[in-house]
Design a protein around this ligand. Sequence first.
Ligand SMILES: [Zn+2]
Length: 93
Amino acid sequence: MTGSGTRTDVPTDVPSGDASDRCPYCGRPLRSEHLLALHVGEAHPGHTDREAAAYAEAREAEDEELFVYHMKVIGAIVLLFFAVSYTYVFVLV
Ligand SMILES: [Zn+2]
């Protein structure tokens, strides 16, 4: 990945009074500690051991969420395939 650092230059707007986590390096507001750990791990190389551990944990959690999402998409595709096949074989033929 090319880490030019321009991804952190995106203008952001946080409503006043909204409790959000801010990046200690660039001040970017992020919605959760999970997103903060991912941002620090990917946008600011050379982080501390604590931040590296938080990044690894957040990355693993994100991988698990992505795996579950993929399983749901595959299940929906298989269900759609059998629904179309059933309709074609038993209703239209
Ligand atoms: Zn940052």
